[in-house]
Design a protein around this ligand. Structure first.
Ligand code: EPU
Length: 419
């Protein structure tokens, strides 16, 4: 078993280069199954969720060639089966994108119910509602999802809930359908725009991604023969921004789209941090103890749930009492028990948590309960006095590329050791 050992406290200083977005990459890879041709995808984060996605594509018949650590060529001309390997699809959440992509390309698919971080109930009813509106038949039984359609025909889908996954999945299923599909109350996250841009580069006709109404005019075929670079990861950028604030550091975050980070930028300024915006990079620094704040997580462009635990570390060190209301996931405060082991004073009740700011944290053995909880514990370890050991690294490795190396370059004393 591996663990991270961090000796703190450290004030982070220097520059960090942001990788491609995990949540865009894990949708773009299945989207490549729609192409009756070859495409090249660059700026892919080298993380375990991307490797799993590639394995699933290969099991379905696609050929993948790694050009370098962050670039692959996908040849989807010959899809050989509609049965996705159950042991792989059950391992992570984004495997649900195989359903939309394979329905569109092959008219049938079988996958396992998706796994992924335990953040509370994670239904897929909105995905299914969308597929059915296009004429598919979907049966969920004994942990398996079977979907088929003789022919998909464009339809109108009103999402009852703003869902990133359902918006992308219905978009995937509509690309090769006959006629026009309209998705209303669509999610607007940057990775939705990125998947639409990828598909349009390959020959699709998708309009309005990034707004709450997306219109997809079905096309006969996607031919590929193009290269696409994945958008920078706004959650990774936000993680380093919040690490800079928590550690009273001074960090230049390079290769990010600062427009995607506005909700975080505003909160950082509210808690006393400082920001210089260069458009594709941000300097973030903080000289004083953060001030308390109230935060509610919301779909984009609101404050992202995927930065809530990292912000929780900042607020556990703030001057005064802060409140976080989590409105996306039922169980996203599991990390607060771990922070309390380090001396934080957090009282989490359901989807709300109260943070009574303390003046320092102390190193302790802690367990990462999910991906972003793991990132928060790393930040806590950097600012805590003494040694912090973090276990369950598989969660962190799912979504952050070279995380120790990136923090080490900023002065952190962090190492991965085998127990
Ligand atoms: N929901 C439904 N029915 C559905 C779909 C969603 O009720 O059919 C509910 C969910 O239970 C949740 C809300 O709608 O309460 C939003 O869920 P959404 O579908 O937007 O989440 P997701 O697509 O499963 C993605 C990210 C998550 C991120 C959320 C919210 C991927 C692979 N995952 O999940 O990322 O938290 O959007 O922004 O894109 C992470 O990266 O750490 C992570 C968990």
């Amino acid at each position: 078993m591996e663990k991270l050992v961090i000796s703190g406290p450290t004030s982070l200083k220097g520059e960090v280069e942001i990788s491609g977005a995990k949540n865009a990459a894990v949708a773009i890879l299945p989207a490549a199954l729609l192409i009756d041709g070859v495409c090249t995808i660059s700026n892919l984060p080298n993380i375990s969720d991307v490797k799993l996605s590639c394995e699933i594509l290969e099991a379905l018949g696609a050929k993948i060639k790694w050009i370098d650590a962050n670039t692959i060529e996908v040849d989807s001309r010959n899809i050989t089966t509609t049965q996705a390997p159950l042991n792989l699809t059950s391992q992570f959440r984004a495997s649900y994108y195989i359903i939309g992509a394979m329905l569109s390309r092959m008219g049938a698919v079988q996958v396992a119910m998706p796994g992924g971080c335990q953040l509370g109930a994670r239904p897929i009813d909105q995905h299914i509602k969308g597929f059915e509106a296009l004429g598919a038949e979907v049966v969920v039984e004994k942990g398996l999802i079977n979907a088929k359609a003789d022919k998909l025909i464009g339809g109108s889908v009103y999402m009852d809930i703003v869902s990133v996954g359902a918006t992308i999945n219905v978009m995937l299923s509509a690309v090769l359908a006959e006629g026009t599909t309209i998705i209303e109350n669509a999610a607007k996250e940057p990775h939705i725009v990125d998947v639409a841009n990828f598909l349009n580069t390959m020959g699709a006709d998708i309009r309005g991604a990034g707004t709450d109404i997306i219109k997809i005019n079905g096309v006969e075929k996607l031919t590929g023969d193009a290269t696409y670079s994945v958008v920078p990861d706004q959650i990774e950028a936000g993680t380093f921004m919040l690490a800079a604030i928590a550690s009273k550091g001074d960090v230049l975050i390079k290769n990010c789209i600062t427009k995607h980070l506005e909700s975080i930028t505003r909160k950082i300024i509210e808690v006393g941090g400082q920001i210089e915006d260069f458009g594709d990079s941000l300097r973030v620094w903080c000289d004083e103890r953060p001030k308390h704040a109230t935060i509610k997580t919301l779909p984009y462009p609101g404050f992202p749930t995927d930065l809530q635990p990292q912000m929780g570390v900042v607020l556990s060190l703030a001057d005064g009492t802060s409140i976080i209301n989590e409105s996306i996931w039922d169980s996203r405060f599991q990390y607060t028990d771990e922070l309390n082991k380090m001396g934080a004073k957090i009282n989490a009740q359901g989807t709300r948590a109260f943070f009574e700011g303390v003046d320092h944290l102390e190193g302790a053995p802690v367990y990462s309960t999910d991906l972003r909880a793991g990132a928060a514990l790393i930040i806590a370890g950097l600012v805590a006095e003494g040694e912090t050991e973090i276990y369950n690294l598989e969660h962190i490795d799912r979504g952050y590329e070279n995380i120790e190396e990136k923090f080490r370059n900023l002065g952190a004393k962090i190492k991965r050791v085998e127990e």
